[in-house]
Design a protein around this ligand. Structure first.
Ligand SMILES: Cc1cc2nc3c(=O)[nH]c(=O)nc-3n(C[C@H](O)[C@H](O)[C@H](O)COP(=O)(O)O)c2cc1C
Length: 352
């Protein structure tokens, strides 16, 4: 099989050629000076392995269980807004490719495709939510997700406000160019105009219990970078914590997730699942994250870029990653993802 890590770089190049400038900027941008966005991948590349040898690696199994459900690969697609601006089939193409690969898809609450249509593809999916100041305004969206078969709610907690991104000269903001029908179709009509629809500034651990009670689903808290916050999440009933700095799109100069992951795993890894995202591009990055104790990883920009070629592009991304990850596991002397912890020393924290 053709497996070429440079394919993703080529995709980014092609995206620069074919995507409308505003959409391209939206996908690739980081907050402020993009310090955090720029350091993410280097953090994974800084991890060094000490492979095990004299282990039979004839059969390598990539499957893991996430919140009690089996998935075929230890990576999923992270939630991202405006998938239909990258490809007309948007979330549906993403879902079909994930279903084929046996990979979990996390659907943004901002999605431009009805949850029921996404669920009908047969994909294993979770819904992501931001909570508004008036929590009750989120209920209809959450109810639609439950009805359409979402298996968990990913509560994003790193966005009390949307961080400032600098526009390139001459490029209009994406929000002024895209069809509003590509956004938030799973909310009630007029949602954004209602008082209390702005993002909550007062999120607390009790919101985890509120979401769990409203939906009857496990809650995954996305955007946790510190041990004590991870402990608060788990004490409040979270089923998993997701180490993320939002792809460097929120507080710029936030530490790389590769350097925060070991602390969070150390604090709650025995009681809850820990996931990570940010800058993971290659099977070797997946191995690095598993080695540092992540149960699974999530990918944001890579599948969005792969979506340029619709479901075929995302399917190819899954295939490439699978081949790379199996090779990495085999070379590291691991038959399963669960044998990866301990293979690596934690990378040094992001230099100050
Ligand atoms: C274009 C774009 C849109 C995003 N939209 C959302 C969103 O709606 N909700 C959310 O929780 N995270 C969102 N994220 C953050 C991703 O879920 C994820 O945390 C991040 O992209 C991971 O880093 P990576 O892009 O380097 O893989 C978005 C990221 C991108 C690139």
């Amino acid at each position: 099989m053709d497996t070429d890590a440079r394919w993703l770089d080529e995709l980014e190049q092609r995206a620069r050629e074919v995507l409308p400038a505003s959409v391209l900027e939206y996908v690739l941008q980081g907050a402020r000076e993009s310090v955090t966005a720029g350091e993410a991948t280097a953090g994974w590349r800084a991890v060094r392995f000490r492979p095990r040898v004299l282990h039979d690696v004839t059969h390598v199994e990539t499957g893991v269980s996430l919140l009690g459900q089996p998935v075929a690969v230890p990576w999923g697609v992270a939630p991202s807004t405006l998938q239909r601006a990258v490809h007309p089939e948007g979330e549906l193409a993403m879902a079909r490719a994930c279903a084929e690969a046996g990979s979990l898809m996390v659907v943004s609450s901002n999605a431009g495709t009805p949850f029921a249509e996404i669920g009908a593809t047969g994909v294993d999916w979770w819904v992501q939510a931001y909570l508004p100041a008036d929590r009750t305004l989120a209920e209809p969206m959450l109810e639609r997700a439950v009805a359409a078969g979402a298996r968990a709610v990913v509560l994003t907690v790193d966005t009390p406000v949307v961080a400032t991104k600098y526009a390139s000269p001459g490029i209009p903001a994406v929000w002024d160019t895209v069809d509003p029908a590509m956004l938030r179709v799973n909310f009630d009509a007029g949602y954004d105009e209602q008082p209390g629809a702005e993002k909550a500034l007062d999120l607390g651990p009790h919101d985890i219990g509120w979401v769990a009670a409203r939906t009857g689903l496990p809650v995954v808290v996305k955007g946790v970078l510190r041990a004590e916050d991870a402990v608060r999440c788990v004490q409040a009933g979270a089923g998993a914590v997701w180490v993320s700095n939002h792809g460097g799109r929120q507080l710029d100069r936030t530490a790389a997730t590769s350097s925060c992951l070991p602390e969070v795993v150390g604090a709650v890894g025995e009681r809850a699942e820990v996931y990570v995202d940010g800058g993971l591009r290659h099977g070797l990055d997946v191995l690095a994250a598993l080695a540092l104790g992540a149960r699974a990883v999530f990918l944001g920009r890579s599948p969005l870029l792969a979506l340029l070629d619709g479901a075929d592009g995302v399917a190819r991304l899954h295939r490439e990653l699978r081949v790379q990850t199996v090779e990495a596991l085999r070379l590291a002397g691991c038959r399963t993802a669960s044998e990866a912890p301990g293979l690596a020393a934690a990378p040094r924290p992001t230099p100050l």
